[in-house]
Design a protein around this ligand. Structure first.
Ligand code: NDP
Length: 492
């Protein structure tokens, strides 16, 4: 790990779900490195009237639930975790400042601070202004503020939030999290594209027929209905995660691996994506009751806290065009939803067919674009979840001859599995927290990037579109066929 400065890691929302499930385990894991453990002190904050000991107990329970050994967990919690109540209104920032300074004195810290907002998005502005009001935005060391998704709910709110943040923090102090970017396989997209001349030389409209990005999950809305029903799937998944994947697949090679060089290219390609025509290029859906894994599951409207007449989409598919020299004319299809048949995050790149196929029964050449030829196009499947790896599909001659005298072809694949090559991959939050601590913003979303992304989906979010019903456990509503009847990843 790069150089770790001594620092205080303040978690706002320390009593919440994300802290328990992701932040505490990621911090614990990072601090298995004794160097980090000595240099990082964690201060949880929230409205609940908890003590240090109550916070430690919650952390111990969370870590034990994830299978960590009791003794090391106990010692770590006692040594590294503290808690400060922000009062019933969550506005006691003066008390927070005093505690921060006291801890820094006692633990010989030098004024380096992370402020992690694991808060309801409606509280982000209050927290930013609270920090600014008591001077916690400046210190004798560095200060970094980490903002969880969602960053705004449309272009206007994202711009206003950026303005507020920039009143108190410079852009290079702000780390906007999209945890997809912390996944090894997402980062590997860059290694794959820019470390291998083989594929990059074909990564354009001359050779690629279409790109499909699928993010499917079998789960329903769970306990998040209060937030989700207001937000919907385009805001919850497309604007951030799928758009990040799109920009990594479509961006130009950066001049260097410098954070801004990479983020400049991501913004550039996002600015080249044309706004989809909501009626022609988009299909939305909402799951109804169905059967999954042999068990009946309720429809979205029957989930707890979802209004019985909700029109919120739990599925979105769309066709996007990247209007630049590399991609003009190559459709990018995005598809994501809840209660789909299985967990799958995959980018499927379909290459153009051979210009002429020689393998028909009559021996005659067949032009793939005009006819149903024997030779299938090459496909590259980049799987991010659940079995991270690549599969490259190509045609081979099957042994023997066909009865009709044609050469029998069969699709085979070359495969690479991340797990087989490297063993278990680190959790995305661990990667991202480490980057925050060492001050590497490469995997975080810059202000202009978040705004470019909201800009792209504004017409869609402002259009009253039909939300088609689909049965839980299927690949979405029939309306998707209008965009793309057969998806490479799943055949539907
Ligand atoms: P929770 O509702 O579980 O937790 C919210 C936390 O914020 C609680 O600790 C709550 O504690 C605190 N809080 C609420 N209001 C205030 C206030 N006015 N002042 C100070 N603290 C307050 O939410 P999650 O942990 O699930 O999510 C947190 C953030 O992370 C959200 O922005 C969410 O979108 C994002 N996120 C969450 C994911 C997850 O898996 N949970 C995944 C990706 C993103 P108290 O009531 O004690 O004040």
């Amino acid at each position: 790990m790069s150089q770790i400065d001594p620092h205080l890691f303040v978690i706002f929302g320390a009593t919440g779900d994300l802290t328990k499930r992701k932040l505490i385990p990621a911090l614990y894991h990072l601090m298995q490195d004794e160097d980090v453990a000595r240099r990082c002190v964690v201060l949880g904050a929230a409205r609940s009237d908890w003590t240090d000991e109550r916070f430690r107990e919650a952390a111990r329970t969370a870590l034990r639930e994830q299978g960590y050994a009791e003794e090391t967990v106990d010692a770590w919690c006692t040594r590294n975790l503290h808690y400060q109540c922000l009062g019933p209104e969550g506005n006691d920032y003066e008390g927070l400042r005093e505690r921060v300074e006291q801890l820094e004195r006692h633990r010989n810290l030098t004024g380096n601070r992370v402020f992690y907002f694991s808060l309801p998005p409606s509280i982000y502005t209050q927290a930013i202004e609270g920090l600014g009001a008591v001077g916690l935005n400046t210190s004798s060391g560095w200060s970094r503020v980490v903002v969880e998704k969602p960053f705004g709910h449309d272009l206007d709110s994202a711009q206003r939030l950026n303005e507020r943040v920039h009143q108190h923090f410079d852009e290079d102090q702000v780390y906007r999290i999209d945890h997809y970017l912390g996944k090894e396989t997402v980062q590997n997209l860059m290694a794959f594209r820019f470390g291998n001349a083989l594929f990059e030389s074909m990564w354009n409209r001359e050779h690629i027929d279409r790109v499909e990005i699928t993010v499917a999950e079998p789960l329903g809305v769970g306990g998040r209905a209060g937030y989700y029903d207001q937000s919907g799937h385009v805001r919850d998944m497309v604007q951030n995660h799928l758009t990040q994947l799109l920009s990594l697949v479509a961006m130009e090679p950066p001049a260097s691996m410098d954070a801004d060089a990479i983020r400049d290219e991501k913004v550039k390609v996002l600015n080249a994506v044309q706004q989809p025509d909501p009626r022609a290029d988009v299909a939305l859906g909402q799951y109804r009751a169905g059967t999954m894994g042999g068990e009946p599951v309720p429809g979205y409207r029957d989930e707890p806290d979802v209004p019985a007449d909700s029109d919120t989409e739990t599925f979105a598919a769309m066709r996007l065009n990247v209007a630049n020299w590399r991609w003009q004319g190559v459709p990018f299809f995005l598809r994501t939803g809840k209660r789909l048949p299985r967990k799958l995050t995959q980018i499927a790149v379909r290459f153009q067919s051979a210009p002429v196929s020689l393998f028909q029964a009559d021996g005659g050449p067949c032009v793939p674009r005009d006819a149903d030829c024997e030779a299938a196009p090459n496909e590259l499947l980049i799987t991010l979840q659940p079995d991270e790896g690549f599969d490259l599909r190509f045609e081979v001659k099957a042994p023997g001859n066909s009865d009709d005298g044609s050469m029998p072809l069969e699709t085979q694949q070359l495969s690479f599995s991340y797990q087989d090559a490297f063993g278990p991959v680190p959790d995305a939050y661990e990667t991202l927290l480490r980057d925050i601590i060492v001050g590497d913003p490469t995997l975080f979303v810059r202000a202009d990037e978040v705004e470019a992304s909201w800009q792209l989906y504004t017409p869609l979010l402002e259009t009253d579109l039909p939300v088609h019903s689909y049965e839980a456990g299927t690949w979405g509503p029939d309306a998707v066929d209008r965009l793309l009847p057969t998806w490479t990843s799943t055949g539907r």
